[in-house]
Each structure stands twice: as structure tokens, then as C-alpha cells.
Write a protein that binds this ligand. Structure first.
Ligand code: IMP
Length: 421
């Protein structure tokens, strides 16, 4: 297996955790390359059902090393709790490593995320409220604290006190309680002590893996439509889920990445605000949401539901050049006689299959083809060739409109319910 990046090709929640869990069975190294605990990857396997926020889904393979990459922002207390949860359920985390250059997501980032959303009022972004945006903002503004800094306790305490001088001005100005420097530093140092020597320079690990042709998986968070540069700005996350950033966030030369798997759900979902052209309303949305259990893994918010949007997935394809697609949750579409399938947008009187910027996208309306449904339960099928003809035609249309071949098709949550081609 070459170096493989797994990338979301829609609005996030495409089922990347499940695909990573599957591919990680054969991997030597799995690296999360961006994001923080805004992620919620649902994984179902022999250990049970897990919602992972920080730890890569590869943790279930005892032979793989898992890395939280430099491109991440990490809330150490959340990481400590997640490690304890995994260990408590019989999953070893001995092979977990955390990049010493990753940035700390500090308690003030969470406080500022919530403050910012509150003050935006009607224009809120619908963030997960985990502090991810402010943590990346501090990184870019060069106020971030990298993980290795916890090793120097007095230096770290001084940094915390210094950062809080300005953060507390903002918090109190908007009526929020100031944070106490000692309490904040104590909390982070205590969590760091639990993680101990897992916080390392990850470059030698990655370098060795590449030099020995080890099987490496790069796991992204969210999807192209929430990419900071190419998504529906400002309703995006504050990092880049695209494969191009996998190189930076994981610390792996760009030319080493030879396989890029784009994960798409057979329909669309989104959590948070922003344009979502194929969105369904009312009973139609509720029915699919309930059947497919579409609730945010981090916040529990009901996900917005829509038909498959080939314009969005093609946008992701143009930016990532997927070597293959993994289509998830095809089984959830088993009750429709006809399935609307968006191939273009109508915008200002003309049809386009290019993704317009956010404010124009707000005005765009979906142009649908109506594909024949298969009206049967396909959850027990274990080979792509056994899928009913209309389901195969639906997949073919995804390949044609997105412009990439389909490698995997998910018809259920279990590992063996992913049909390989
Ligand atoms: P943030 O990443 O928490 O700042 O949120 C920015 C946008 O990304 C919001 O629309 C969130 O709902 C969305 N978002 C963040 N993480 C996830 C996720 O794991 N799944 C789906 N949407 C997410």
C-alpha cells in the first residue's frame, strides 16, 4: 500500500472514520493531519461503537503506530480522557504518538469560540464550540503554544499568564468570566503528564516509514466544502482538509502521497451554517435523518440532509485528484422509487457545474436528474456486482459526474459491509 490520504469530499461526516478503520487494518502508520476535537469519527468494530474526536481511527490496529500530526490543534484534557476511554474499553494506546510541534488548544480558545459565536448573533457560523477557530487564529498570529513547550514548566506558566493578559481583556469586555492563569496551566500540565513521552518529534517516525516503504495512511477531518480556502468561507473550519495539506500537517513530502481516497456519502449532510444547495426540508429530511442516524458526533446536533450534489463532489475532485472514491451509506437510499441527483446549479439564469463562491452559491438552485431507485434493502450484499442494477447505475452516475472511479461502497456500518471493487 502506498502513502494514502483519506479526504472528505463533501461537508464533512462522509464516513472517513469507517474507511480509515478499514484501511488501517493494513497500515503501519496512521496520521491525523489537521483539525482538533471538532472531529467526530464514528467507528464500529469488534470492540464496539466509538466516537473518536482526536485519536486516529487506526488505533484499533495494534500493529500500527498512530500519530496526531503537527497540523492539528490539540486539547490535552480531551486527549487524556479519550485515551482513558479507549484503554478502559480494552483498546491499547501504547502506539500513539503526538507531534511536539502541534499546537495546544487552550481553555481560552474554547471560551473565545463560544463568545465569538454569541456575538455574531444571527450571523453565527455554527461551529462545534470546541475552540478550533481561535486556536488556529493564534497559531497564524504567532500567539500559539506548541506542545513541546509544556516540558519547561516555568516557561509554560509564564506563556499562559502572558497570553491571558489579552485574552481576559476580551472575555471580560464581553461579560464572560476571566480565566485564572494558574488553574489553566495546572490543568494542561496535569494532562501533559499523563501523556508523558508520547509527545515526540514525529518527523523521524514518518521519515523512517517513507524510507522503508511502510504503509502510511493520512487521515483528514471534515470535507472540501469546509476547507478554509476552497470551502464555503466563512462557514468553514479554520484548517485545510484537502489532500494538499496532508503533506504539511503530517510532515510527509508531497510527492510521497500517491493514493488519495475521496470519501462521499451517497447523499449529502452538513452540520453548521452556510449554503447547502440540495438541502431537504420537513418530513423528507426527517425520515432520512432518522433512518441514517444523522446527528453530529461531537455536538449531537441534527445534521442537515440533502440529495447527492455532484457539483460539490466534483469541486473536491478538482482539488484533490482522487485516485478513487469511497461511497458510504448507499443502503440508506433503499426506499425511494426515484432519487434526485444534482448535476449542476442554476445561477442567475444559466447552468453551471463549477462551484461559485459563497454568496453566489446562496442564490444557486440545484438542477436535478431523477435516477431510478432500487426499493430494496441492500445491507446484506457483500459484492458490488450483486447490487441491484439501479444501485449500480446510481454509482456509475457518481463516477461520471465527479470524474473518479469508485473503489469502495458502504452498505452498512460493519467492516465487512464495505464492498471493494
Ligand atoms: P469548527 O471547526 O468547530 O470551527 O466549525 C466550523 C464549521 O465546520 C461548522 O459548520 C461546523 O459545524 C463544521 N464542523 C466542524 N467539525 C465538523 C465535523 O466533524 N463534522 C461536520 N461538521 C463539522
Amino acid at each position: 500500500m502506498p502513502v494514502t490520504a483519506i479526504v472528505g469530499a463533501q461537508w464533512g461526516d462522509e464516513g472517513k472514520g469507517k474507511i480509515t478503520d478499514l484501511l488501517a487494518q493494513e497500515a503501519d502508520l496512521v496520521i491525523r493531519y489537521q483539525g482538533g476535537n471538532n472531529a467526530g469519527h464514528t467507528v464500529v468494530n469488534e470492540f464496539g461503537t466509538f466516537k473518536l474526536h482526536l485519536v486516529p481511527s487506526g488505533i484499533f490496529n495494534p500493529n500500527a503506530t498512530c500519530v496526531l500530526g503537527t497540523g492539528m490543534v490539540i486539547d490535552l484534557a480531551t486527549l487524556r480522557d479519550e485515551i482513558r476511554m479507549l484503554e478502559g474499553r480494552g483498546v491499547s494506546t501504547a502506539n500513539l504518538r503526538i507531534s511536539e510541534r502541534a499546537h495546544l488548544l487552550m481553555p481560552w480558545h474554547t471560551a473565545l469560540d463560544r463568545l465569538d459565536e454569541r456575538e455574531r448573533g444571527r450571523r453565527k457560523l455554527g461551529t462545534t464550540g470546541q475552540g478550533v477557530g481561535p486556536a488556529y487564529a493564534d497559531k497564524v498570529a504567532r500567539h500559539g503554544i506548541q506542545l513541546y513547550e509544556v516540558r519547561d514548566e516555568s516557561g509554560f506558566r509564564a506563556r499562559v499568564a502572558h497570553e491571558l493578559e489579552t485574552k481576559n481583556v476580551i472575555l471580560t469586555k464581553f461579560g464572560d468570566a476571566p480565566l485564572d492563569a494558574r488553574t489553566v496551566a495546572d490543568g494542561v500540565l496535569e494532562a501533559a503528564a499523563v501523556l508523558g513521552d508520547r509527545i515526540v518529534d514525529t518527523l523521524p517516525i514518518v521519515e523512517h516509514a517513507v524510507a522503508t516503504d511502510a504503509r502510511v495512511l493520512l487521515e483528514g477531518q471534515l470535507g472540501a466544502m469546509r476547507d478554509l480556502d476552497w470551502g464555503i468561507y466563512p462557514y468553514v473550519t479554520s484548517s485545510n482538509p484537502l489532500a494538499g495539506f496532508a503533506s504539511i500537517g503530517a510532515g510527509i513530502p508531497a510527492r510521497s502521497i500517491t493514493r488519495v481516497v475521496g470519501v462521499v456519502k451517497a447523499y449529502s449532510t452538513a452540520v453548521g451554517e452556510g449554503p447547502f444547495p440540495t438541502e431537504l426540508a420537513g418530513e423528507e429530511a426527517n425520515a432520512l435523518r432518522e433512518r441514517a442516524e444523522e446527528y453530529g458526533a461531537t455536538t449531537g446536533r441534527p445534521r442537515r440532509i440533502g440529495w447527492f450534489d455532484a457539483v460539490a463532489a466534483r469541486h473536491a475532485q478538482r482539488l484533490n485528484a482522487f485516485t478513487e472514491l469511497a461511497v458510504t451509506k448507499l443502503d440508506m437510499l433503499g426506499s425511494y422509487e426515484e432519487i434526485p441527483f444534482c448535476t449542476a446549479y442554476s445561477l442567475d439564469g444559466r447552468l453551471t457545474s463549477d462551484m461559485p463562491p459563497t454568496k453566489l452559491l446562496d442564490r444557486a438552485t440545484p438542477h436535478y436528474e431523477r435516477l431510478r431507485g432500487w426499493c430494496q434493502d441492500i445491507g446484506a450484499i457483500r459484492e458490488q456486482a450483486q447490487l441491484p442494477a439501479p444501485a449500480r447505475a446510481y454509482l456509475k452516475r457518481i463516477e461520471e459526474t465527479v470524474g473518479a472511479p469508485i473503489g469502495m461502497v458502504g452498505v452498512g456500518p460493519e467492516r465487512n459491509a464495505t464492498l471493494l471493487s
